[in-house]
Ligand binder design. Structure first.
Ligand code: ADP
Ligand code: ZN
Ligand code: ZN
Length: 860
């Protein structure tokens, strides 16, 4: 066995750490080990085994900066895995991500493994003999405290001892919860040796184990003889196969109840389930001692939890359609690419309602039939229950669905299922791109332009781009699907990096909806009033309601009013942590910051000048719903946004109601725009979907075009053609105009021109470097220092803009400054960024305060 191993730890340092391997321990590359790190124990991934006793340094920090003689190499505490949890390919992918996105490799690995519980250090306490003695003495004599303060303290300490005395060992969080004491007090008690601190093994911690009672007699009988009624055979004790014990004593009533219950359940049940029987616990113990029942630890079965069947109405099986010529063509092209077992990228550009999902499912079915694996990435599976239902219908148990509603433990279990090869079809959000499937043949990225594929925390990877890289490394096929491809992907297709496959028509030749633009400036002039719902939209809604058709209205802003203003001094109520205004939520009677979640009471007076003339401005989805109720009192209106939808159930509930005709109208944020397929909707109203056009972000036009196209795509998906009423203040804007004409190619040409002039993607790689600190001074100094460094550094061809205040100058307490880098060469840009990080480290700027966002999608 090699003497040392290099371990990637999930800490914000761009390096791996060397540990010594104690004799007899056998860590594996790609497996986890538990190691001491500073005052903690952390688990990390072994990236290399070797015999070189020095710290291995990967990127930013130069080897010379570390004095090897000073470093005492510590031992690995425990090897947690016998076989790799990240195989060679996933390790390689992780390293690529670390390199490409300049992220610490340990943090990348943590993201790739949904075993977060297993990475967490967990501390428990137990009472010592000394502690027992102290408790005992206190009980006899009362506390011998000298002052009031120590007396109070001792009382608390005894509360802790009391709690521990009855238990074996208690997790720190539990103990603190139960006794309401602070960490410091526990440490003090540990120093006095009244209690002992211990680490709960990280690996065991994560497995959710349940005790299961197994009826041994029943199992034997099943093998030995034809099935008999187990209760009779046991009651008589001699007929049938006898139980384990030779002394087949008669069972008492309680024992009999247990045995019969177990037998009825097929011979095994979780012990927990037997508790409900009103039988003393000792009965089970007796049966175990007599060898009739065995207790075994079993990993909890999660197969249901991850993949609860959607309650949506069963629909026609998604594969039973007569595929259109375009669908067939797409299927053939993808199938051929898969069969060639070489990397290939395809861009499936299919308009809304063209039947892309059916193509995905058919491809995945073929892959599964060939005994290989596929992954389907979706922006947010909780938001597309219909897709989950389809997946179940087509793949049954072979599909693992990873969505945001899963708990950490459920996620871990799904991961293990996939790794064991029990689920060879995986569907999920962003991180499903790391699913440990074997023999990967196909990755499909649905709605590839969706910004939720970009992780907005370290590592800031883009799942679509990682999917492409993973496919490359695996010799697999990647399909990017969308009605509104990102400019990057469409450009790549035009440059023949991807094959372009198009579905230019809706299924069964249904027409795309007619789009009517309503100019809200003109509306204002004609009505003399600021309108939320134009006369045109109101009229169209009235018509649909009369015809018993359904309506969706989009307003991409939740809450009641987005701004509270003071009439006297003109100031808005801002979040105390962020430079953004607080949103009024009427039903919940609160002000909420949509960036950091901070909540405040609704102000009666201006916080700046004390004036009582505060007023609420603007409209969010909550107010829109109220307005529509007022205008159409008969209509049944539902609302979908993050305030009404807490979980997937709420979401399905609302969509179901619409699907079944229990709702006439659905109001909501962009949640309603995502791929729902509800045939009764014939009118879509769009209110202020062009709000994003005002943002200082070069992707504003692209996002607006995409959102408008998506939401328009919800109309007229059934027999009756649909219509869209698009209210805008930017009626001349090309994003609005092209969306109204369903002209993707037109938008694309125009937008590309603009990107070329401005040196933005896809013509340049970009990175956003954000400097943040709770102290304004620090943020300023650091960005100034790095600004000067950028100035005097040679970086040919790379444009560095900044430092400048970020558009949101303060967020979650941090003051924010940023640089934007644009470079035709990605390699050069990354080299410069790496040098910048080294400079920042040399200047002792904490790594967590310098955020490098390569291919940033959000520049705010
Ligand atoms: P997209 O994802 O492209 O917007 P979907 O995959 O949701 O479109 O398909 C739109 C609708 O058409 C769905 O109700 C789907 O079940 C149905 N569909 C798909 N393919 C066909 C087909 N060949 N014939 C008839 N209906 C189809
Ligand atoms: Zn004021
Ligand atoms: Zn805030």
């Amino acid at each position: 066995m090699p003497l040392f191993c290099d371990v990637a730890l999930a800490v914000p340092l761009d390096m791996v750490f060397t540990y010594a391997i104690p004799p007899g321990m056998e860590p594996v590359v790609g497996g986890r080990v538990l190691v001491p790190f500073r005052q903690q124990r952390l688990s990390g991934i072994v990236v290399e085994l070797h015999d070189r006793p020095r710290q291995v340094v990967t990127s930013q920090i130069k080897a010379s900066q570390i004095n090897a003689s000073q470093i005492k190499i510590k031992n690995v505490i425990e090897a947690l895995d016998l076989s790799p949890v990240l195989d060679e390919r996933l390790l390689k992918l992780g390293k690529w991500i670390a390199d490409y996105y300049l992220a610490p490799v340990g943090e990348v690995f943590r993201t790739m493994l949904p075993l977060s519980a297993e990475f967490k250090r967990s501390v428990a306490y137990r009472i010592t003999d000394q502690g027992r003695m102290a408790l005992h003495l206190a009980g006899m004599s009362g506390s011998p405290a000298r002052s009031k303060r120590t007396a109070d303290e001792q009382l608390v300490e005894f509360r802790v001892l009391d709690h521990l005395a009855e238990r074996e060992s208690v997790r720190e969080e539990r103990l603190r919860g139960a006794t309401r004491v602070g960490r410091a007090l526990l440490s003090g008690m540990a120093r006095k040796k009244w209690i002992a601190r211990e680490d709960v093994s990280a690996a065991r911690d994560a497995a959710r184990v349940v005790k299961v009672a197994v009826l041994l007699a029943a199992e034997e009988r099943a093998e030995a003889s034809p099935p008999l009624d187990p209760s009779t055979s046991l009651r008589s004790g001699s007929r049938g196969t006898r139980p384990h014990t030779s002394t087949a004593k008669k069972l008492n009533q309680n024992q009999l109840t247990l045995v019969e219950t177990l037998a009825a359940a097929g011979g095994r049940l979780p012990v927990e389930a037997l508790r409900g029987l009103d039988v003393p616990r000792t009965s089970l113990g007796t049966l175990v001692r007599r060898g009739l029942i065995e207790l075994v630890d079993e990993a909890q079965d999660f197969t249901d939890s991850g993949v609860k069947l959607s309650k949506l109405k069963p629909r026609q099986s998604p594969l039973e359609f007569e595929f259109s010529a375009a669908q067939k063509d797409a299927l053939t092209k993808i199938g051929e690419a898969v069969a060639s077992r070489k990397f290939a990228g395809l861009l499936l550009h299919g308009i809304t309602g063209s039947g892309k999902t059916a193509v995905y499912l058919a491809c995945m079915r073929q892959v599964l039939d060939a005994g290989r694996s596929s992954i389907l990435l979706v922006p947010e599976i909780g938001l597309t229950p219909a897709v989950a239902a389809d997946l179940h219908q087509v793949f049954g148990d072979e599909v693992a669905i990873l969505h945001s509603g899963l708990s950490a433990a459920e996620r871990a279990e799904q991961w293990h299922r996939i790794r064991r090869g029990e689920a060879r079809v995986v569907a999920g959000t962003r991180s499903a791109v790391f699913a440990p499937v074997g023999d990967l043949a196909l990755i499909i990225v649905d709605e590839e332009q969706d910004s939720s594929y970009k992780q907005e925390e370290t590592p800031r990877y883009h799942a679509r781009d990682v999917a492409v890289m993973r496919a490359k490394m695996a010799g697999a096929v990647v399909v990017l699907g969308s009605a509104t491809p990102s400019l990057e992907s469409y450009y790549n297709a035009k440059k023949n990096k991807y094959a372009l496959v198009e579905l230019p028509d809706r299924v069964e030749m249904r027409p795309l909806p007619e789009v009517e633009i309503v100019d809200m400036r003109q509306e204002f002039q004609e009505t003399g009033q600021e309108q939320v719902i134009s006369r045109k939209l109101a009229e169209e809604i009235r018509e649909r309601l009369a015809r018993k058709e359904q309506v969706m209205v989009l307003l991409n802003r939740r809450g009641y009013s987005p701004v509270v203003l003071c009439r006297t001094c003109g100031k808005a109520l801002q979040c105390k942590n962020c430079a953004v205004s607080m949103t009024h939520h009427k039903r919940e009677r609160k002000m909420e910051c949509h960036y950091c979640g901070h909540v405040e009471r609704i102000p009666e007076k201006c916080a700046h000048c004390g004036s009582e003339y505060v007023y609420f401005v603007g409209t969010g989805s909550e107010k829109l719903e109220e307005l529509l109720h007022g205008m159409f009192p008969q209509a049944r209106i539902g609302r979908l946004d993050r305030d009404t939808v807490r979980g997937r159930e709420d979401f399905e509930h609302a969509l179901n109601a619409l699907n079944e005709g229990a709702l006439d109208m659905l109001v909501g944020t962009q949640m309603i725009a995502k791929g729902h397929d509800i045939h009764g909707v014939t009118l879509v109203g769009v209110i202020g979907a062009d709000m994003a056009l005002e943002l200082p972000d070069f992707r504003a036009a692209e996002r607006t075009f995409q959102l408008l196209t998506q939401v328009a795509g919800r109309a007229g998906r059934g027999q009756t053609p649909g219509k869209v009423v698009l209210q805008t203040y930017f009626q001349d804007h090309y994003a609005v105009q092209f969306a109204a004409r369903h002209d993707f190619a037109g938008f694309y040409e125009k937008e590309l021109q603009f990107r070329a002039w401005m040196h933005y993607p896809p013509y340049s790689a970009i990175a956003n470097v954000l400097i943040r600190s709770e102290k304004l001074d620090e943020a300023l100094t650091w960005s100034g220092e790095l600004g000067r460094w950028f100035e005097k550094t040679r970086h040919e061809g790379i444009r560095v803009l900044g430092p400048a205040a970020a558009p949101i100058t303060r967020l979650k307490r941090d003051y924010r400054y940023h640089f934007i880098l644009k470079s035709p060469s990605r390699e050069k840009m990354n080299a410069l960024l790496r040098a910048m990080l080294a400079e920042a480290a040399a200047r002792k700027i904490p790594r967590t305060q310098v955020i490098v966002d390569v291919d940033a999608v959000w520049l705010m």
